[in-house]
Design a protein around this ligand. Structure first.
Ligand SMILES: *Cc1c(COP(=O)(O)O)cnc(C)c1O
Length: 381
């Protein structure tokens, strides 16, 4: 049997063919005019996707490196911060801040639950000492997208800096840095940026820069001031992951050609179709406010979640993600971000149906594919 693999995980995500092959081009040196030209084009592309006039810096790390960079550049030991723990990644903000000796006030949400700007406003009004608020645009462990625009409003009224982990959301769902007054925005290459893992991106507002210059947390590799100096020469302070940058340039060219607005619309159709398919099977969405990045689904009580995942992956070759931490075996996540198309949704739902049949879960065969197909056809009109 020929078994083809379909990568439908929320990072790493599939890579466009032309980007894959950019990795094998002859290397260029990172202190040359040729590199600087490529660097300038990538920065322009990143500014386009971040929707910002600020400089965007390129770090050689996974997304968590940019999370650490955000923390160490804007704060000093003992300062008070508020972190929104909305799942596996929101929790990470608190962990990083504690490691660096900050006084962490953590909001603990039920996984998949919403959080309104009014709740944040009430929390902030009780504590004028909070220096920064750490949030997550798309919480990848639960498929939830949060009200970043609203949080930014109430945080800027309070006066604290507003930091957003946009690692899975940027490029797939709206989050304009400048329009929404975000002070620190980060992302990573292996999600909607259609590039392999290994690069992370960070931008600071003017207001954040004032803190960057006075903050005292220890920093070296991720010191934003070093990145700013090198940026003036259109290069990075340390040796960059040049091959990944060549791939990212190619993918950014594709992203710019399609256009952000069209990409948001694309992800919205894919999200709608996936959710309609899941509902047609009478399965439950895990998140109370699901975004268009990925769809997290509660494993029905008739089924063993670990078996469901292994049948999907090993028998049918569909690489979807399971639940993380305490939700292992209790949910699964179908990603539809980055270089994914309408037919990836059909493939995922069809394989899910075949898996559910293996597990004896009752449903009308073809019902999820039918529901998704009706929505996706609208997209092609
Ligand atoms: C992927 C991801 C991260 C970072 O994870 P890395 O493994 O360090 O790249 C952080 N936040 C969110 C929301 C993510 O999706």
């Amino acid at each position: 049997m020929i078994k083809k693999q379909y990568l439908l995980s929320p990072g790493p995500t599939p890579i466009p063919e032309s980007s894959l092959s950019s990795a094998v081009l002859p290397l260029i040196h990172h202190r040359t005019a040729e590199f600087s030209n490529m660097y300038a084009s990538i920065i322009e592309g990143l500014q386009y996707v971040f929707q910002t006039q600020e400089d965007v810096y390129i770090l050689t790390s996974s997304g968590s490196g940019a999370m650490q960079a955000a923390v160490v550049n804007i704060l000093s030991a003992g300062e008070k911060v508020l972190t929104i723990n909305c799942g596996k990644f929101g929790e990470r903000w608190g962990k990083i801040c504690r490691v660096f000796g900050l006084d962490v006030h953590e909001i603990n949400l039920e996984w998949g639950a919403g959080y309104s700007k009014h709740e944040l406003e009430a929390e902030l009004s009780r504590d004028p000492n909070i220096q920064a608020v750490f949030s997550t645009l798309s919480e990848t462990s639960t498929g939830t997208v949060y009200d970043i625009k609203g949080y930014a409003e109430v945080t800027s009224q309070h006066g604290a800096l507003f930091v957003v982990d946009g690692i899975s959301g940027i490029g797939a769902t709206p989050c304009p840095m400048d329009d929404w007054n975000i002070d620190v925005l980060i992302s990573g290459s292996q999600k909607a940026f259609m590039t392999p893992p290994g690069l992370a991106y960070i931008a600071f507002s003017r207001k954040a820069w004032k803190k960057v210059e006075t903050s005292t947390l220890p920093r070296f590799y991720f010191d934003a001031r070093e990145y700013r100096k090198s940026h003036a020469k259109k290069t990075t302070p340390w040796t960059p992951a040049t091959s990944l940058l060549m791939q990212q340039k190619n993918a950014l060219d594709i992203i710019r050609r399609i256009g952000l607005k069209n990409l948001f619309r694309h992800h919205h159709f894919l999200g709608e179709a996936c959710r309609a398919g899941i509902k047609a099977l009478e399965l439950e969405l895990f998140s109370s406010c699901p975004g268009d990045i990925l769809t997290a689904v509660t494993v029905p009580k008739e089924c063993d979640g670990k078996k469901l995942l292994s049948i999907m992956q090993d028998k049918y070759g569909i690489i979807v993600a399971g639940g993380q931490s305490q939700y292992q075996g209790l949910l699964f996540r179908i990603a539809h971000l980055g270089y994914t198309s309408a037919f990836d949704i059909i493939t995922a739902l069809s394989a899910l149906e075949m898996t559910l049949r293996d597990l004896g879960y009752p449903f009308e065969p073809g019902s999820s594919v039918k529901a998704a197909e009706i929505i996706l056809k609208e997209y092609y009109i």
